[in-house]
Ligand binder design. Structure first.
Ligand code: CP3
Length: 358
């Protein structure tokens, strides 16, 4: 058994699988009592800086839920801390930037990230995780995408309409482009370092990109996303590009170089996949709120997602966004059991060998 023969990696590489792999964004976190116990002792950023605790909380959902992939425990804002941006992650709010970035001079304070120096504990955690996970469970590394990071840096915290970020885009495009260039450089070196330390898959989280029109995505964001995926492609890891509210952007995002696109629940999975194209993979897309509902509804909605995927190679089951903190563990277990109950075409071992050889 190698990491490449796991269900997750085969699906991520567009090979046939006997059942759909499943993991959940935010699977490591407040839904698990064992995570809350660690959080009583340490803040989120402290956990990220302590390899023992960080390894532990990353493994918790793998142990408890048996998900098909682990995701490195961290936050998208974490590399900014490494690059010297003072910020807090506030309960129930999210990231809060002490001195939001609004001017060319503010942008100039962002220094280049040197992961081995600025975030050595992240790389240590990845090495510890790989030793624990072995060839059984792939490890997903990730970074926030430049737009979402820029949106937080400019607004100071999450926003509904991102008007300050848009104002910079439209009124001071040279400052916008300088900020995006620096963030893009940061994302690339951070993801490269994660890959070198051993992660198997790389996911780019552009959570707030759905605030943009398609034209603005193409003009103000796409060049940076394309550079990220072009520079990461030679690393050989599957590349997942995730955003929320992206139904109108998917056709553009599809040309950016990722091998797998995330879709949220607002667009039916079959429609999203038709836009993305069946030569690429898709990850998603159950509404996280469904897991607050009745058991029969969970089963119905999980099956609907699987029906729409139609057993095609390249589907990774997930939510359309992260688990909500109040989700009952039993609901997550039921969703996983429903995915596992669906057997796809039992491809013979020989065909895996051929597919793996490509
Ligand atoms: O299990 C995993 O998915 C890995 C851990 C992970 C966290 N943040 C830990 C975390 C990941 C992948 C993230 C990414 C992240 N962080 C995103 C992109 C994905 C998405 O959900 O859109 C974004 C936008 C953030 C910024 C952020 N950090 C928000 C909006 C919040 C929630 C604030 C709240 O209290 O509801 C955080 C805090 C955060 N990051 C928590 C966790 C487990 C919860 C708070 C805590 O445990 O202290």
């Amino acid at each position: 058994m190698t990491i490449e023969s796991t269900l997750f990696m085969r699906a991520a590489r567009h090979q046939p699988v006997e059942r759909t792999p499943v993991w959940f964004m935010r699977q490591a976190g407040r839904v698990l009592p064992e995570y809350r116990a660690v959080r009583e002792k340490y803040s989120l950023l402290e956990i990220c800086q302590r390899p023992d605790e960080c390894t532990e909380v990353t493994l918790q959902p793998v142990r408890r839920l048996g998900v098909d992939a682990a995701i490195l425990f961290a936050d998208i804002m974490h590399p900014l801390v490494g690059a010297g941006v003072p910020l807090d992650i506030v309960d129930g709010v999210g990231p809060v930037i002490h001195a939001p970035i609004r001017t060319a001079r503010d942008v100039d304070t962002l220094r280049p990230l040197v992961p081995e120096v600025d975030l050595p504990y992240v790389l240590t955690t990845i090495r510890m995780l790989k030793a624990e996970l072995g060839d059984r469970t792939p490890l997903i590394g990730f970074a926030g995408a430049p737009f979402t990071l820029a949106a937080y840096l400019i607004e100071g915290k999450a926003s509904r309409e991102f008007l300050r970020a848009k104002t910079m885009m439209y009124a001071a495009p040279e400052i916008w482009h300088e900020l995006m260039t620096r963030l893009t450089d940061m994302v690339i070196v951070f993801l490269r370092a994660q890959r070198a330390a051993g992660v198997d898959v790389l996911q780019l989280f552009d959570s707030w990109v759905g605030a943009l029109s398609r034209n603005d995505y193409v003009r103000y964001v796409q060049p940076y996303t394309r550079r990220i995926f072009a520079e990461l492609a030679p690393l050989g890891a599957p590349l997942i590009h995730f955003g929320v509210n992206t139904a109108t952007l998917l056709d553009a995002m599809t040309t950016d170089g990722a091998s797998i696109l995330g879709a949220d629940w607002r667009i039916p999975l079959d429609r999203a996949w038709a836009v993305i194209g069946y030569d690429k993979g898709i990850q998603g897309n159950l509404d996280p709120a469904v897991l607050l509902g009745a058991g029969n509804v969970i089963e119905r909605e999980v099956n609907d997602v699987l029906d729409r995927a139609g057993g095609r190679p390249g589907h990774i089951f997930n939510l359309g966004h992260g688990l909500l903190p109040q989700t009952p563990v039993a609901a997550i277990e039921q969703a996983i059991a429903t995915v596992r109950a669906r057997v796809l075409s039992p491809a013979p071992a020989a065909s895996f060998a051929t597919a793996g050889g490509r």
